[in-house]
Design a protein around this ligand. Structure first.
Ligand code: BDP
Length: 700
C-alpha cells in the first residue's frame, strides 16, 4: 500500500448487498471515453466483488441482465455534466449526457460499492458548475512551485516527460471525482512555453488526459508575442498582437482539438501585464478570449493582481484591497468566455481569511473560486489539515449583495447573478494542487483527502462534509468501523487545530513570508514590502481595515460591511484581520486577547500531539506501510506544533509585556533546551529571528 491508488484501491467489500449486480457490462460505444468507462467498471467490480465481469458487444444490449451504459447527448455544448443511475430487475442503467458524465456515473457506482453503501433505485446527479479544474504549478524544468511531493509528473529538463504513465493515472484520479480540466504548468509560466515544438509535446499530454475527459489547459505569459513571436510589443490592443494570438491559438487547437484554455497571471508579483501599455485586465483577457472563442476555449484571468512593493509606513496601504480596486470597475466589459479566477480570500491562502469581496463586486462577469489543495501556508503536507472544512465555510459565507442572500457557492455556480455580458453565467472551481512524483501524490497519506474533497465540493458544494470524509476514509483506508471513526474525527478537527497553534483570531499565518512559507517567522511577516501584515505593535495588534483604517471593509456589500466594521458584531475568528485592538481587549469568552492566544496555542498544540497516541490505536489494523508513514508525520507535526506555539506565545509575551496567567510562556514544562546540554564540539548561537527557536538560541 504505497498510496498510489489513492481512493481507487477497489479493496474487496462485504458482497451480500451486491449479489444482484450483473456480471455483464454493455458499453454505450467503443469510443475512447466510453471504453474507459466500461473498463473501469469491470476493473472495479471484479476487484471489489470478486466477480468475473465481461464487457459485452454493444449490440448485445437488448438481452439479459446487465450494467448498461447509455449516452444521451444534449444539444448545448455548455450543458452541465449530468447522469442518472437506476437499478431494477434487469440490472443497472447509467445514463449520461456527455461521455465524461458517463465516467462520473461509473465512478459514483463504484464508490458506493467501495464504501459499502446501498445502491440507489434512482439517483440523478448534475455538476454544480462547468469549470472544475486543477492548476498545477509545474515548471518545464521539472520543479514545482510550492510542490511538496517530489518533481513534476508532466515535465523534465525543459520538455514534456517521455513516460506519461503517471500523468494518465492522475487524469483517471481527477475524473473519478468529476474534475474536467487540468492546467499543467505554473501560473508563473515559462516564457518559451508556446513554441511550436512545445505545443507538439503538450499534445502528447492531452492524449493521455483525453480518455478521462480531462481537458488540458496552460498558463501563459502575456509577453509571449515578444518572447516567442519575436514582436516588438505585447500590447493587447495592437492588431498585430491580436493576430498573433489568433494564429497561436489556432495552432494549439490543430494539435489539441479539445484544449481547455489559458490561465493568466499578469501585473502580479513581477509578471508583466497590460498596465505596461496603460491597458486594463479586460483588454488583455479579451484579446485572448476572442482567439479562443471559435474553439470553445476559455480564459481564466486571475484576480491575484496586487502591488508587491507596498509601503509599511503608509497606514492606508492594504494588499487586501487590490482585488476590488483592480477589477471592479471593469465589471461587464469582459468577453463571455473570460472567467475571473479569484482566490478564496483577499490575501493568500492563510489558515483563515474572510472571503474576497471581489465575488460580490463582479455582478456581470464570470467568476471562479481558486482554492489551494497544496498546503502552502498550512503545513505543506507535513501537517494534517483537512481543508474542505475551510472551503465549506468559505462557500457558505453569505455576502448579502443587494441585501439578498448571495453565498459564495451561489455566486460561483452562476445562481446569484445569472448573466455575464448578457449570456448565461459560467464559472466554477479551481484547485491549486501540485501533485508530484512521490508514490502517494501529495506526500502525507492524509493529504489526498483534500483533493478528493475539492472534487466533491466542486461537483456539489452542498454535500455534507461528514459524508465526504466518511467516503474518502472508507475508500482509502477500508470500512472497519474503528478506522472510519478515528480518521474522520481527526480530519474533521484538523483545520481548527492547525489554525489554533499557528494563527487564531484572523491574524493570518505567522510564517516565514519571504521564503518557503513553513514554520513560524513572525517578524518576517511585517515590514517586508509584501503587504501581508498583522501590525503587531506595542499598543496592540491587528490590521485596522475599518473606515478609519484602510477602508477595506467598505468593499463588502453594506450588511456585511456593517457586521465587520463593528467590534460588537465582528466574528472573533476574523477579529485581527479587520481590527487593531489592545492586547488586553476582552473577548466574548471573558478572556483577554493575549491570554486567549496563549491558551489556544497550548491547547491546539496538545491536541495535535494527541494525534500520535490516537493513531497508535490503529497499529495492525491498517496496513503497516501507510501506518508507519502517518505515525512519522504525526510525530513531526506534534513537535512542530510545539515549536509554533512556543514561538508565537514567546513573541506575544515579549511584545505585549503581559505575562501568561498560568506562567507557562518561557517555562514550558518538560523542556530541555539544547543549549543547556554540555556537549563537546557544540556551541550555542543566537537565532534570527529570535522567536523561531526557544530562548532565541540553537546549538551548532
Ligand atoms: C503565492 C505563492 C507564489 C505564487 C502566487 C500566485 O507563494 O508562489 O506564484 O501565490 O498564486 O501564494 O500567483
Amino acid at each position: 500500500e504505497d498510496g498510489s491508488a489513492a481512493w481507487l484501491r477497489y479493496a474487496p467489500v462485504a458482497t451480500a448487498q451486491y449479489r444482484a449486480v450483473p456480471t455483464r457490462i454493455v458499453p454505450s460505444s467503443d469510443a475512447p471515453m466510453e471504453r474507459a468507462a466500461a473498463e473501469e467498471l469491470q476493473r472495479g467490480l471484479n476487484s471489489m466483488l470478486g466477480a468475473h465481469t465481461e464487457i459485452a458487444a454493444q449490440s448485445a444490449s437488448a438481452r439479459g441482465a446487465a450494467v448498461r451504459l447509455v449516452l444521451t447527448p444534449g444539444t448545448s455544448p455548455e450543458a452541465l455534466d449530468s447522469y442518472t443511475i437506476d437499478t431494477s430487475a434487469s440490472g443497472i442503467r447509467i445514463a449520461a449526457n456527455t461521455p465524461q458524465a458517463e465516467l462520473y456515473g461509473v465512478f459514483h457506482l463504484l464508490e458506493l460499492i467501495g464504501a459499502e453503501q446501498p445502491l440507489p433505485k434512482h439517483e440523478q446527479q448534475t455538476a454544480a458548475a462547468g469549470i472544475r479544474w486543477t492548476d498545477e504549478w509545474d515548471n518545464m524544468n521539472g520543479t514545482i512551485e510550492r510542490g511538496y511531493a517530489g518533481p513534476s509528473i508532466f515535465f523534465e529538463n525543459g520538455h514534456v516527460r517521455q513516460d506519461l504513465a503517471r500523468a494518465g493515472q492522475y487524469a483517471r484520479l481527477l475524473a473519478s471525482i468529476g474534475i474536467n480540466g487540468c492546467n499543467v504548468n505554473n501560473v508563473n509560466a515559462d516564457l518559451d512555453l508556446l513554441t511550436p515544438a512545445h505545443i507538439r509535446e503538450f499534445a502528447r499530454l492531452a492524449e493521455v488526459f483525453r480518455p478521462w475527459g480531462v481537458r488540458l489547459a496552460m498558463s501563459i505569459d502575456l509577453t509571449s508575442p515578444q518572447t516567442v513571436g519575436g514582436m516588438s510589443t505585447f500590447d493587447p490592443l495592437d492588431p498585430a498582437v491580436a493576430a498573433w494570438w489568433k494564429d497561436k491559438v489556432d495552432e494549439i487547437y490543430r494539435a489539441i482539438p479539445d484544449f481547455g484554455g489559458f490561465t493568466v497571471k499578469a501585473d502580479s508579483e513581477g509578471r508583466k501585464g497590460p498596465s505596461q501599455y496603460g491597458r486594463s485586465p479586460a483588454d488583455a483577457a479579451n484579446v485572448l478570449a476572442r482567439a479562443l472563442a471559435p474553439h470553445h476555449g476559455v480564459v481564466l484571468y486571475r484576480g491575484f493582481v496586487y502591488n508587491n512593493h507596498l509601503d509599511w509606513n503608509d497606514h492606508k496601504a492594504d494588499r487586501a484591497r487590490a482585488g476590488v480596486d483592480n477589477f471592479a470597475r471593469y465589471d461587464g466589459t469582459f468577453e463571455d468566455n473570460v472567467i475571473i479566477q479569484i482566490k478564496e480570500g483577499p490575501i493568500d491562502f492563510q489558515a483563515r481569511e474572510p472571503v474576497s469581496p471581489l465575488f460580490a463586486a463582479l455582478r456581470r462577469t464570470n467568476v471562479a473560486i481558486e482554492l489551494q489543495t497544496a498546503q502552502e501556508y498550512t503545513g505543506q503536507q507535513r501537517h494534517m489539515v483537512w481543508l474542505p472544512s475551510m472551503w465549506h465555510w468559505v462557500l457558505d459565507t453569505d455576502l448579502h449583495a443587494d441585501d439578498r442572500s448571495t453565498p459564495v457557492e451561489q455566486i460561483v455556480t452562476g445562481h446569484s447573478f445569472p448573466l455575464a455580458n448578457g449570456k448565461p453565467r459560467r464559472g466554477g472551481f479551481v484547485s491549486v494542487t501540485n501533485v508530484g512524483m512521490e508514490a502517494n501524490w501529495l506526500h502525507h497519506p492524509m493529504a489526498m483527502a483534500n483533493l478528493y474533497g475539492f472534487g466533491k465540493l466542486a461537483w456539489n458544494p452542498d454535500q455534507p462534509l461528514a459524508q465526504i470524509i466518511d467516503r474518502w476514509t472508507r475508500l482509502t483506508w477500508g470500512n472497519r468501523p474503528e478506522v472510519v471513526k478515528l480518521i474522520t474525527t481527526l480530519q474533521l478537527e484538523s483545520w481548527q487545530v492547525y489554525e489554533g497553534y499557528t494563527g487564531p483570531n484572523g491574524i493570518g499565518t505567522l510564517t516565514n513570508i519571504l521564503g518557503y512559507h513553513f514554520g513560524p517567522g513572525i517578524e518576517s511577516a511585517e515590514r517586508n514590502g509584501w503587504g501581508q501584515w498583522f501590525r503587531g505593535e506595542k499598543d496592540g495588534i491587528g490590521m485596522d481595515r475599518t473606515a478609519n483604517g484602510t477602508g477595506y471593509i467598505q468593499q463588502y456589500p453594506s450588511q456585511l460591511a456593517a457586521k465587520y466594521e463593528s467590534l460588537a458584531t465582528c466574528p472573533e475568528d476574523l477579529l485581527l484581520f479587520f481590527h487593531h485592538v489592545p492586547y488586553d481587549y476582552k473577548l466574548r469568552n471573558g478572556k483577554t486577547l493575549v491570554q486567549s492566544i496563549y491558551d489556544t496555542h497550548y491547547s491546539a498544540a496538545a491536541q495535535a500531539g494527541s494525534y500520535v497516541t490516537r493513531w497508535q490505536q490503529l497499529h495492525g489494523v491498517v496496513d503497516d506501510e501507510r501506518y508507519e508513514q502517518v505515525l512519522r508525520l504525526f510525530r513531526f507535526q506534534a513537535g512542530h506544533a510545539i515549536v509554533w506555539s512556543d514561538a508565537i506565545n514567546n513573541w506575544f509575551q515579549r511584545i505585549s509585556q503581559i505575562p501568561d496567567a498560568q506562567g507557562r510562556v518561557g517555562h514550558e514544562a518538560g523542556r530541555v533546551e539544547a543549549e543547556a546540554i554540555i556537549g563537546s564540539g557544540y556551541e550555542p548561537v543566537d537565532v534570527t529571528p529570535w522567536e523561531t527557536a526557544s530562548g532565541g538560541k540553537a546549538v551548532v
